[in-house]
Design a binder for this molecule. Structure first.
Ligand code: ADP
Length: 391
């Protein structure tokens, strides 16, 4: 089965074409476009280039398209990407304004460009379906909860890949079967020694997720992608009391407060320099205290959430770093692990320094907790879930 996984940003379009069968799959083509203003144009160009390069004989050869949709109103899981998905995305545009409109537009366009292909959406929130009500609930009035205000959690496909790959690297192939039983039979089916993982997806946007036996118990991200760790331009965690106070004191409107919290906050807002870690390291090394504070605040927040899940999981078997900062950030990984030896977390400084964007075990041989770097591969999770859904 040929499955095109479409990654749609507000100005970008990236894709990977997978050939999938029951034993797994492989990427047979990938590519993308930046500064996109018209999805129809780039989708048609993608289909044409795949034919020009001899990868597919015709556009009809593509059996399915998978979409990594973020947040739907009253909808999650892995579902056919039909009008109900578009309505669910539109229903929560205000919560995920950078993410939902491109996916709604992309699904509409693929339905036109590839009318015979089956379109499937895997919501980022689906990985959190087994998180307990207690972990997912905000203490707000019932009327707020009734309109969908709760902790959802995001980066689901990325953390699910980490859940699967870390289980393999920990020699726990049984975890895939445990997770499968859980999905089929519910939580009561899960017995035996749990595998406890904390997954740190640190990139342009970042989140920390606790995982027991391949299943998420919760995430640092809550109602919107605007929560948890400081993001590149987005604020992350913020006391709800700060917003009305800032609006009244600074005399700014709700729209302006929202703009500042999404566009001028996070690493950029803290440092005043950049939203990119590479620039922050250069600035901090040159003695810029604001850049140093941005780095320290990110580390503090990663440790805060790692500690919370470590405790809730009742211990830890693996601590995993993934995505741009997690895969490349030697200093960030060292700072996160500093002083955690009493918890059995022993980073091997040489292995950490040698690891850049490759899969690696970076803990010492005697560390009770495995510290792993695993390159992100959310597209593979998409392709697998689409294949499973359609088979
Ligand atoms: P996105 O979340 O947008 O998909 P990535 O996961 O690719 O992004 O992460 C991008 C971020 O990774 C950059 O903004 C930068 O902060 C960080 N990054 C990339 N390369 C390095 C590096 N060599 N060292 C430290 N951080 C890096």
């Amino acid at each position: 089965m040929l499955i095109l996984v479409a990654n749609l940003g507000s100005t970008s379009f990236k894709y990977r074409l997978f050939r999938m069968d029951a034993s797994g799959g492989e990427v047979i083509a990938k590519g993308g476009y930046e500064r996109v203003t018209d999805y129809a144009e780039v989708i048609d160009e993608t289909l044409a280039s795949l034919q020009r390069d001899g990868i597919i004989a015709s556009a009809e050869a593509i059996d399915a398209v998978g979409f990594k949709t973020v947040l739907g109103k009253n909808l999650s899981g892995c579902v056919m990407a039909d009008q109900a998905v578009i309505d669910a995305l539109d229903g929560f545009t205000a919560v995920a304004p950078a993410h939902n409109p491109p996916y709604a537009a992309g699904i509409r366009q693929f339905a036109k460009s590839l009318p015979k292909a089956r379109l499937v959406a895997l919501f980022e929130t689906a990985f959190y379906q087994w998180a307990t009500d207690a972990s997912a609930t905000y203490a707000v009035p019932a009327s707020w909860r009734d309109i969908g205000i709760r902790r959802y959690g995001f980066h689901g496909a990325s953390h699910k890949f980490i859940a699967e790959r870390s289980a393999e690297l920990c020699g726990r192939e049984d975890v895939a079967e445990i997770a499968r039983r859980l999905y089929l039979d519910g939580p009561q089916s899960v017995t035996g020694t749990p595998l406890r993982v904390v997954s740190c997806h640190l990139g342009g946007s970042s989140s920390v997720t606790g995982i027991r036996n391949g299943v998420a118990i919760g995430s640092s991200m809550g109602f919107s992608p605007q929560s948890g760790l400081p993001q590149n331009n987005r604020v992350g965690e913020l006391d709800s009391g700060a917003i009305p106070y800032a609006m009244r004191t600074l005399g700014i409107s709700l729209d302006e407060a929202e703009r500042q919290l999404t566009k001028e906050s996070g690493l950029l807002g803290l440092s005043g320099v950049s939203n990119d870690m590479r620039d922050l390291y250069v600035a901090a090394a040159a003695g810029n205290p604001a850049a140093q504070l941005a780095l320290d605040t990110l580390v503090h927040s990663i440790r805060h959430w790692t500690g919370a899940f470590h405790f809730e999981l009742g211990g830890l078997d693996a601590l995993v770093f993934t995505a741009g900062i997690g895969e490349n950030g030697v200093a960030i990984r060292a700072a996160v692990c500093r002083g955690l030896e009493p918890f059995g977390i022993h980073l091997d400084a040489a292995k950490n320094a040698a690891c850049a964007a490759t899969e690696a075990l970076i803990s010492t041989d005697t560390s009770a907790v495995k510290i792993l770097v695993i390159p992100a591969n959310e597209e593979l999770v998409l392709a697998r879930e689409v294949f499973r859904k359609l088979s």
